[in-house]
Every structure is written in structure tokens, then in C-alpha cells.
Design a protein. Structure first.
Length: 888
């Protein structure tokens, strides 16, 4: 009986355990929260859905108190959707790690604009809408009628910043590309599109967050990249359209512009042909360097940034001033671009550029030197430069999908450039001339194979070969280094450089996104780099020779892991082991070194909710010294400047800390971003400079502990009732480093600057609109207790008048103030433009007046650790240009 009781008791324990196991097994995760309107009033009757791959797994409806509870029966990544007739739909990505998880997700909904028409409900269009990772701007809400090209529209979109060079940023992050109907022509060379494509066919602009350059990585990789996609109006699709414009200076016939765009964007094939000729300072490409030699691509392709050294660079400084005022040019550009889709698996993208330009740059400079242990002196220089070049660039991209999960991509690029520079200089009342011929060639072959092993796993194989060549022949008729080189000052100086190199790189990547949202990434990369730098510098019969044979094998094995603690918080860790094998030969000098480096990185991502997002990251890394800094004998870099390199290879270590905070959604009235960067160079390159009144000689040396701090912030506030945008921007920068001058003791130098400003842009529907702004910049230089500082201001007022549907008029007023100049502190520039549409979307007449006050020079002040300079630049004179535009 006792045994029976024990059996019964044991059975009870078993049943009890089974009961709790069943209860635990059937306990589901749940999401609950409160739903509020923008006025913080609870919202009932909102449908809450949980979707995975567009399949609805469960749903619920909020009660009168705005409360909802949603059961979940499985783990994974989902979309949580809130929808209502009277409120904008909101979609939030969410991850369920455990079946017993309880997640709280509160949400604020914003009302749709609802209009009653004969008892029928019509929902008005919104200027900005959000759908998952994409923000959609309706172009019609931001156009005033005075816009010419796509860049003019992008400048008016809240959350986007377009700087004077045409670089587009979201916060502090540059966009990856600007696509047209989901196809990309130019990658980071997107300025070719934004500066040339007419704006009238644009229907919407999509800002894509968490963008992936590789389609197989979408939803797998951790991406912070952003891209833009231009959506066209229906009447601009699947047909040829374009425009042509001719402008002539009616006051003197000295200035002109001619541009044309011809394009067709079909589903199978896309074409974009453009030409641009002008001598009014317009830069039609925004620079082709991002196409020729990309060094900031988001996919970090093996070999990016490789190139050979060019010692002498002859081009005018812009100093942040508008090119249309300072750039005296004669540019000619023809570009032919296409995308072919012969079938669903194959895509071919050929592009070709023919580009030539002739620039004239004129400046006058007074530079006052303050050197340790030496009397002060001042140099006077009148400088005139004619810079001319011809450039050809061609590229063919081929993409082939073996299956929907296997893709091969091949990219071939070729570039050749020939430049001739002539300088006429008067230096301290002595005339001299410089002549430079530079020839460059580059071939770049990339191949990438991607295979998606499953919905969460991907492998990527990359290979790359680059050949880069740079030849330069420099001549000047005056030798300023007679005292230093014991040569005759009446002799000519000549320098010939023949630098060429190649790179062979391979890379293997593996990504695995776990069911709980964690991400494992492994990357193995090897680069073999060979460079030959041959330089002859002639002061007399016996030249100074650098004949560098340099090779570097860089093996990098990196592993990273993202651990998601919950839907709001994730940790990121990375560890890489890097091995450098360096070989250096330069005549009688031979050096070999083997350096191993372990580089850790870790970070935290925390989303308090859909409005407050924090991110921080710490990184330690190592990089080899550029080959151009390794010369063992002197190299000429300017007519009165020589440089001596390290004479041995080196590897430098650097650590950096990053923090960012983002407030607001894209559909909110208010958005705020702030970014903080702190860099510490354990080793860095600086110099010991010998400076005299006639010449300077610098020797690169290695120093310890350079610190750099950067802080930037921006605030956008959209005033819905007047369709206007208010923007505040500010930032600061500080760098602390050391150098030596004339064999002095180590000099501690701190440079600091901070700026702040605001802009206000209206979007009225009526006759008048305006855009105004101001920016103050403070600069401070400290050298061993000595201080020098100045304050500058730049303000502008742009006005737009839409007199009628056919006639519009705009004015642009720019104001510059330089606080540390003794005279000519204030500068005013006024431009005006009028346009008359002879026939809607066909013919337009224009009249543009530039620099109405006919300001001929522009003077700025700049500081360095050894001198203060006042520089005057020649500007384009006043001109009045009549133009005729034809659309088809």
C-alpha cells in the first residue's frame, strides 16, 4: 500500500511537471502598448497587424483607451503595422527572440488630411510619407517653378543637405548613389545626374534607408547606408525626352553656355546622353574621382583608394567660395550612358566620358611669417595659372544572375588624362615661369560573385586588379635653393617623375543572420601592392634621384558579431588580425619589415523608441604610411619648396570614438541629429621645416599622440501651415598636434574652429517665396601659448517671384564679412534671373545677370602655425546672359 501511495505521489509529480511544461510551451510572446494621436490623445479602432513576408500572422484592434495586445506564436523578424482610415500608416520592424517575451511598443499616429466632397471621403496627398525603410517626397509640394536641375529640388527637401560642391548628405552621412527608376548609372559620381538632369520629369524622390549595394544582402547585412531614387512622371517613362539650352553674354559676347540632355528610361533599357559646354564657372560633373578611383564605397571593395603619387598639383584653391564666381574656365563635356537588360538575368551598363577644361586662376598674396628664434618677414606673390587638360573615361559593368540566389558582377574601367599647366609668378619682385605636363593612365578590373546560401546566409568572393601610371615633367626658369644646394640661382630647375604601380586583391566574405536577429560576419582579405616611383630632380649636372621599389602584402582576417539583446538594444563587436609584409628599396637603402596588428572594435545601438536613436562605436586600426612619403632624397613640390621623406616603411596606429543621436521620424515636423567624433593617432606624420624668405625645406618625421575632435549637429523643423522649413546647423572642430620649425624644440599646436547658422526656406503656393540664411565661423590658432583668431560671416537672401504661369523672376544676394581684415571687410554680390515660357513644356526664354556690382576681386584671410596670409582672388566680371531652352 505504501508502495502504491509512493507511485501515486510520483505520478502526481510527473503530471504536475507535464502540466507546467505544457503551460510553458503554450505561453506565447505578446506585444502590447498604447496608441496616441499627435495631440497625445488615445486613438481607438486602429488595426494592428503582425506580418512576415507580407503574410498576416495575427492582428488586433485598439480599444477606446488606445490600448492593444497582440499575441505572437513564433520567433523571428516581423513587421508591426498600425493602420487607420484617418491616420497615416506606420510600419515598424520588430524582432522576437523568445516565446515568453513581452514587448511594449507605444506609437504616435499622425492624421491624414481628409476632405469631404459630396459626401465622398477623399484623402489629400501628403508631402512626405513613410513606408518601412523608404521615405517618399512628393516633388510637387517642394517645387516653386524656378528649379532647373534635380539638385535644385533636392536642396528643398527636409532632412537632406546639399553643399556647395553638390555633395548630398543625410545628417552627416553621404548618400551612396542617386538612382533613376531603381537603376544606377554613376554610383558615388551621382553629381553628374543631379547637376545636369532637368527637374521637370521628376514625380517623387525616394530616400532609402538601410540600403544594400548588393541585392542579396538586403535584410541580412547591418546597413546604415542611404540612397536616393528618382521616380518619373508617367509621361516621361518608356519614351525619349530631353532638353537643350543655349546662353550667350549679350553685354560682351565673351561668355556662353550650351547644354543638352537626351534620355529614355524604359523597363528593359535606359539611356542618358548629356553634353555641357561653358566658360561661366559651371562644373558639370562635380568631379569624376568617385568614378575613376572610389575610396568611400559602402561595400568596401578590396583595393579601393589605391593609386600612385603625383608630387606637383597645380590648381586653384576655392576656399569654399562659389565656383560660379571664382572659376574662370572653358569646359567641354560629352557623356554617353546606357543600361541594357537583354533578358531577366543579364544587365549591361556602359558609360563613357570625354571631358576637357581650361582654367585660369589669378591671385595676389601677402604672407607674414612668425618663426621661433628668427625675425619676422613678409613674402609678396602675384600668381597666374593656366590649367588645361583632356580626360577620357570609360566603364562597362556586367551583371548576370545564374539563379535568383547566384550573381556574377564584372566591372572594367579605363581612364587616361593629359594635362598642361603654365604659371606666371612674381615672387618678391622677381619674375619666374613654371611649366608642368602630367599624363596619367589607369586600368581597373573588378569581379564579384555572390551566392545566397539561404534566406539568412550569404557568401561573397571578390577579385581586383589595378594598374596605375603617373608621369610628370616639371620645369621652372629660376632656382631659389642656391644656398641650400650650393647651386647657381640662375640655373633652371627640372623634375621628371615616372611613377607606376599595380594591385592584386582578393576577398572572401561570409554573413549569417541568425533567427534571433544576431549577425555573424567573417571577412578575409589579401592585397598585394607593388609601386615603382622614379624621380629625377635637376639643380645642376648631377641630379637628385629617388628610385623607390616598394611592395606591400596586407592580409586582414576580420570577424564581427552583432548581438541583439532585444528589439531596442544591440551590441556590436569586431576583431581583426592584420599582417603587413613591407619591402622597400631606394638605391642604396633596403628595408624589410613585418608588422602584425590586432584591431578591436565594439559598439552599441539603442533605439529608445521610433523617435530616439543612439549609436556609439570605438575602433582601433592600423595603416601603412603612403609611399609618397618614403623618398630618401629631396623631391620638389613647388617652385620654392622641397620635401624629404621617411626613407623607411612604417605602420601607424589610430583609435577613434563615434557617438550619434537622432530624434524624430521623417514624417515628423521636427528632426534633430548630432554626431561626435574623437580620433587619437598613436603615431602620425608631421614635419621639421627649414623656412627662409626664399624657400622652405620640409622633412617628414613620425610623432606621437595627435588628437582630433569633431562635433556636428542639425535641426530641421517643418512648418506645415506655411509649407516652410527651418534649419539650424552648428559644429566645432579641434586638432592638437606637434611639429618643428628651423630645428626648434617640439611646438605644440592647437587649431580650433566652430560655426553656427540657420536657414529658412518657404514653400508658399502664391506669388512670392524666399530662402535666407546666415553662418558664422570662428577660427583659433594656438602655438605654444601664442594665439590668433578671426570671425567670418556669410549670409544670403534668395527671393522667388512667380508673376504668372509663364513668367518667374528670382534674385540672389550674398554677403561676406571678414572680421580680421584691416580693409575690404564687407563683400556684396547680387544676381538676378528671369524666365518666360513661350510655350508650356516646350520653349523658355531666360535672362541672367551675374555679379551686378561687378566685384573684381575677393580677399580672404587664413591662418597657419607659422604665418598669416591675406589673399585676393580674381572673380568673373559682371555679365548678362540671354538663354533659350527647348524641351522635347
Amino acid at each position: 500500500m505504501k508502495q502504491f501511495s509512493q507511485v501515486v505521489l510520483s505520478m502526481k509529480h510527473v503530471y504536475l511537471i507535464l502540466f507546467f511544461c505544457i503551460i510553458a510551451q503554450t505561453a506565447n510572446a505578446q506585444i502590447s502598448g498604447n496608441i496616441y494621436s499627435s495631440e497625445q490623445i488615445p486613438v481607438g479602432q486602429v488595426i494592428v497587424k503582425l506580418q512576415k513576408d507580407k503574410n498576416i500572422l495575427s492582428y488586433a484592434t485598439s480599444n477606446k483607451a488606445g490600448e492593444y495586445t497582440l499575441p505572437i506564436k513564433e520567433t523571428g523578424n516581423f513587421d508591426l503595422i498600425f493602420s487607420s482610415l484617418r491616420y497615416e500608416e506606420v510600419m515598424i520592424p520588430i524582432t522576437i527572440d523568445k516565446l515568453d517575451a513581452e514587448i511594449t511598443q507605444d506609437i504616435t499616429l499622425f492624421s491624414k488630411e481628409i476632405i469631404l466632397l459630396n459626401e465622398t471621403i477623399a484623402i489629400a496627398k501628403k508631402p512626405i510619407t513613410a513606408k518601412k525603410d523608404t521615405i517618399v517626397y512628393d516633388a510637387a509640394f517642394f517645387l516653386n517653378g524656378n528649379e532647373q536641375v534635380v539638385e535644385d529640388l533636392l536642396k528643398k527637401l527636409p532632412g537632406l543637405t546639399v553643399d556647395e560642391n553638390g555633395t548630398i548628405k543625410v545628417g552627416e552621412q553621404e548618400v551612396e548613389k542617386v538612382m533613376i527608376e531603381n537603376d544606377d548609372f554613376f554610383e558615388k559620381g551621382y553629381k553628374i545626374v543631379t547637376k545636369n538632369m532637368p527637374v521637370h520629369p521628376i514625380d517623387k524622390v525616394e530616400l532609402i534607408q538601410r540600403y544594400s549595394n548588393n541585392k542579396h544582402l538586403k535584410g541580412i547585412e547591418k546597413s546604415d547606408k542611404v540612397a536616393l531614387n528618382l521616380k518619373l512622371k508617367d509621361d516621361a517613362k518608356n519614351q525619349w525626352f530631353g532638353n537643350a539650352e543655349l546662353g550667350i553674354d549679350v553685354s560682351s559676347l565673351d561668355y556662353y553656355k550650351l547644354s543638352g540632355n537626351l534620355m529614355s528610361f524604359g523597363k528593359k533599357n535606359k539611356y542618358y546622353f548629356l553634353t555641357h559646354l561653358n566658360n561661366i564657372g559651371k562644373d558639370a560633373t562635380g568631379g569624376l574621382s568617385h568614378l575613376i578611383n572610389p575610396n568611400s564605397r559602402g561595400n568596401n571593395f578590396v583595393g579601393d583608394g589605391f593609386g600612385t603619387e603625383q608630387y606637383i598639383h597645380k590648381q586653384g584653391m576655392r576656399l569654399g567660395f562659389k565656383d560660379e564666381r571664382t572659376k574662370i574656365n572653358n569646359e567641354e563635356l560629352i557623356s554617353l550612358n546606357a543600361i541594357f537588360n537583354p533578358n531577366e538575368k543579364l544587365k549591361i551598363k556602359p558609360i563613357i566620358f570625354f571631358n576637357s577644361d581650361e582654367n585660369t586662376f589669378v591671385r595676389q598674396q601677402v604672407q607674414s611669417y612668425h618663426l621661433p628664434g628668427q625675425e619676422d618677414f613678409t613674402n609678396f606673390e602675384d600668381y597666374s595659372l593656366r590649367n588645361a587638360f583632356q580626360n577620357i573615361f570609360a566603364k562597362v559593368d556586367v551583371s548576370y544572375d545564374f539563379t535568383k540566389n547566384k550573381t556574377l558582377e564584372i566591372s572594367s574601367k579605363f581612364n587616361t588624362k593629359d594635362g598642361d599647366d603654365i604659371s606666371q609668378i612674381n615672387f618678391n619682385a622677381h619674375d619666374l615661369q613654371e611649366n608642368v605636363n602630367t599624363q596619367t593612365q589607369r586600368f581597373d578590373q573588378e569581379i564579384q560573385y555572390t551566392q545566397k546560401l539561404s534566406e539568412t546566409k550569404v557568401i561573397i568572393l571578390q577579385g581586383r586588379f589595378i594598374y596605375d601610371e603617373n608621369q610628370q615633367d616639371y620645369f621652372t626658369n629660376t632656382n631659389y635653393f642656391g644656398d641650400f644646394t650650393q647651386s647657381n640661382s640662375s640655373e633652371n630647375v627640372r623634375q621628371k617623375s615616372n611613377n607606376h604601380g599595380n594591385l592584386l586583391g582578393i576577398s572572401f566574405k561570409y554573413l549569417d543572420r541568425k533567427k534571433n536577429g544576431n549577425l555573424l560576419e567573417i571577412n578575409v582579405q589579401n592585397k598585394l601592392e607593388n609601386q615603382n616611383l622614379h624621380n629625377l630632380l635637376y639643380f645642376s649636372q648631377n641630379p637628385r634621384i629617388n628610385d623607390i621599389q616598394y611592395s606591400e602584402n596586407n592580409l586582414n582576417v576580420k570577424s564581427s558579431y552583432i548581438y541583439k539583446i532585444n528589439a531596442k538594444l544591440s551590441l556590436r563587436g569586431e576583431l581583426s588580425a592584420q599582417n603587413f609584409d613591407l619591402n622597400y628599396d631606394n638605391l642604396n637603402i633596403s628595408e624589410k619589415s613585418h608588422v602584425c596588428s590586432v584591431n578591436p572594435s565594439f559598439g552599441i545601438d539603442y533605439d529608445l523608441n521610433d523617435k530616439h536613436k543612439f549609436k556609439t562605436n570605438y575602433t582601433w586600426n592600423a595603416n601603412s604610411a603612403p609611399v609618397g612619403y618614403l623618398n630618401a632624397d629631396y623631391i620638389l613640390t613647388a617652385y620654392n619648396n622641397l620635401n624629404l621623406g621617411l626613407s623607411t616603411p612604417a605602420v601607424f596606429n589610430k583609435s577613434s570614438l563615434f557617438f550619434s543621436y537622432h530624434y524624430g521620424r521623417w514624417t515628423d515636423k521636427l528632426m534633430f541629429n548630432t554626431y561626435l567624433f574623437y580620433n587619437k593617432d598613436a603615431d602620425y606624420l608631421s614635419s621639421n621645416n627649414l623656412i627662409t624668405q626664399d624657400y622652405s625645406v620640409g622633412q617628414y618625421l613620425t610623432y606621437k599622440d595627435r588628437k582630433t575632435f569633431t562635433l556636428n549637429g542639425s535641426l530641421d523643423y517643418y512648418l506645415k501651415f506655411i509649407s516652410s522649413n527651418l534649419k539650424f546647423k552648428g559644429g566645432m572642430f579641434q586638432s592638437s598636434y606637434a611639429n618643428q620649425v628651423n630645428n626648434s624644440a617640439l611646438r605644440n599646436i592647437t587649431t580650433s574652429s566652430y560655426n553656427y547658422g540657420l536657414e529658412f526656406r518657404t514653400g508658399f503656393d502664391g506669388l512670392f517665396n524666399f530662402h535666407l540664411g546666415t553662418k558664422n565661423t570662428h577660427q583659433l590658432m594656438k602655438v605654444d601659448g601664442f594665439k590668433n583668431k578671426y570671425v567670418n560671416n556669410n549670409s544670403f537672401v534668395d527671393t522667388y517671384f512667380n508673376i504668372s504661369e509663364k513668367f518667374d523672376f528670382q534674385t540672389n544676394l550674398d554677403y561676406y564679412y571678414f572680421g580680421n581684415l584691416e580693409q575690404n571687410k564687407h563683400y556684396y554680390f547680387v544676381d538676378a534671373t528671369a524666365r518666360y515660357k513661350l510655350m508650356e513644356n516646350k520653349f523658355t526664354l531666360g535672362l541672367q545677370a551675374k555679379n551686378l556690382f561687378n566685384t573684381s576681386t575677393f580677399t580672404v584671410n587664413s591662418l597657419s602655425d607659422i604665418s598669416q596670409s591675406v589673399t585676393s582672388y580674381r572673380l568673373l566680371p559682371r555679365y548678362i546672359m540671354a538663354s533659350f531652352e527647348f524641351r522635347f
